[in-house]
Ligand binder design. Structure first.
Ligand code: HEM
Length: 277
């Protein structure tokens, strides 16, 4: 018999029960809305439910448990990642007042100071996009992606990688490699992306914060939009000050290592409203 001394199994079962009830409630609400044929915008759960209904006769049917598993995947993938990226971006902006000024100037030119930034503004905010890329280069949220498995024997750079090897890609190291990013690889310098065709969408292996290929991040578009919009709104609406006369150079940029890498000590700053009304 196995006894879990720390009570982890019991703890995990309790968490799993709470999460399961939460997902059940969301699914029930969607089923009821669909029954009442209420006019509403069809979301992700509606689509999964209609697939489940359409496949009732099929051999491999999508079940309610499958839907809950997909919801859990989405929740886990989405929760910390965007928040961590925004926090790193803000910390770098504090440490680099020149870059902060340029982001604010771009926002003043494109949006002005009498309304909030909207999602439709994002395409015009080119410098902000460079700031997000530079943040993801130096502070990838998942620095080792997630472990992959090679499907075939392959040779890369003279190394034999047998089929079924566990492959871990160190994008943290790629992002700081001077052979890839030149002598100022450790510097936060968004201008390095000016006029250079490097995106974060998995096409260019120098910068793959969302991974690449068919196991790449499913929520990349949502994640990118959230990071850009939240960062733009925070910088546009507020002037930020560090507490107790702290200098930007005293900021602790230490990392807390895990599957995702947030700041070791969370950023604390004081906002001052800066819009006209
Ligand atoms: C800043 C935001 C995000 C970052 C940096 C990020 C990063 C990643 C990375 C690195 C992977 C592993 C890719 C690989 O190993 O090749 C991944 C997988 C995944 N992400 Fe994200 N993610 C973000 C936001 C989101 C959001 C918002 C969602 C969902 C709404 C999401 C859902 C997923 C899912 C479902 C997977 C697993 C894909 C699979 O295994 O097939 N992610 N993400």
């Amino acid at each position: 018999m196995y006894i879990c001394a720390q009570g982890w199994t019991r703890g995990m079962k309790a968490v799993s029960k709470v999460v399961d009830e939460f997902f059940e409630k969301i699914i029930d609400e969607h089923v009821q809305d669909a029954r009442k044929q209420q006019e509403h915008h069809k979301d992700f759960i509606d689509v999964l439910l209609s697939l489940m209904d359409a496949q009732q006769e099929a051999a491999e049917q999508l079940s309610r448990s499958n839907i809950k598993a997909i919801m859990l995947d989405m929740l886990v993938g989405a929760m910390d990642t965007s928040a961590t990226a925004v926090e790193w971006a803000l910390a770098e902006l504090y440490r680099n007042p020149r870059v902060m000024k340029r982001v604010q100037q771009e926002l003043e030119t494109v949006v002005g100071l009498d309304r909030l930034v909207e999602e439709s503004d994002l395409v015009k905010l080119e410098y902000l996009e460079m700031v997000v890329k530079e943040t993801m280069r130096l502070h990838p949220v998942a620095p080792l992606l997630v472990p992959h498995e090679s499907m075939e024997d392959i040779k890369i750079n003279g190394y034999d990688i047998p089929k079924k090897s566990r492959v871990i890609v160190n994008i943290w190291a790629i992002g700081r490699d001077p052979r890839v990013w030149s002598h100022n690889a450790d510097e936060f310098y968004p201008e390095r992306f000016e006029g250079v065709d490097i995106d974060v969408r998995g096409h260019d292996f120098r910068l793959i914060p969302f991974g690449s290929g068919r196991r790449g991040c499913r929520g990349m578009q949502l994640g990118l939009t959230m990071i850009r919009l939240i960062l733009a709104q925070l910088v546009h609406c507020f002037e930020w000050k560090l507490p107790n006369g702290m200098s930007p150079h005293d900021l602790d940029m230490g990392e807390k290592f895990g599957l995702s890498v947030p700041m070791a000590n969370h950023l604390i700053a004081i906002p001052n409203y800066r819009l006209v009304s």
